[in-house]
Write a new protein. Sequence first.
Length: 265
Amino acid sequence: MYDENLIEDSLEVCKNLDIIRKGTDVRKLFDDMRTLNEASASHLWEKALDVAGTDSIKQYEEQPGYSYPANSQAYGSSTVKKKINKKNILHNLILAVLCAVTALFLSAFINSNIAHQTTIKGESMKPLLENDDSVIIQKLSYYWKDPGRYDIIVFPVTDKDKNGESIHYIKRVIGLPGEVVQIIEGKVYINGKPLDDDVYSDEKIEDPGIAGSPVQLEEDEYFVLGDNRNMSTDSRYTYVGMVKREDIEGEAWYCIWPFSHIKKI
């Protein structure tokens, strides 16, 4: 009995013998084929694709009547390309997911610990800040220092908005921890002396609120006012009261919107 596989292989060799005689470097062809086989077997697809494009294999493929044996499909560059493409798609998908997760993590970290954006509602900080101004609140500086007089700070009040989230106010620090604040005849006094270097408002205060009498600040408390003194709900009223150090979320740093209001605060 004859071995049919052996006969088919012999016929294939005879069929391509004339092609090989026409100038193909047989040794180089076989070396490239062997390298390609090893690379594909080891899943080194980039190397396999490179080998599949060598001159000797291209020369062999371009000959009339060329065909690979049925059991050598792994040598085909199209198959290698498909495998490489699948690998690249998976690789790119993993990179995209990692980039998205990293971006979300960084965004949350920056928003919670470094800076965030807020929109001004109301006119209590006019003329410096107006209704619907968009402001960047930075948090870094208060990690190593306490708020100073005339800083513009953001802090929550006791009420919640319609979504159940804390309402935040933005005001200017006037009284510091341990000081005594009082408003006499429309002017702010600190420890019994008029606050003459307050250049942010020359408006006479019509309603002193609780500061009509001396207000003693605790060692962790701040007295705040809006620059638009007679249109501001601030530490003069029990609804706001004194602001605790631990409640201060950051300092107003930059107004970024609208364009006509862009400025460092």
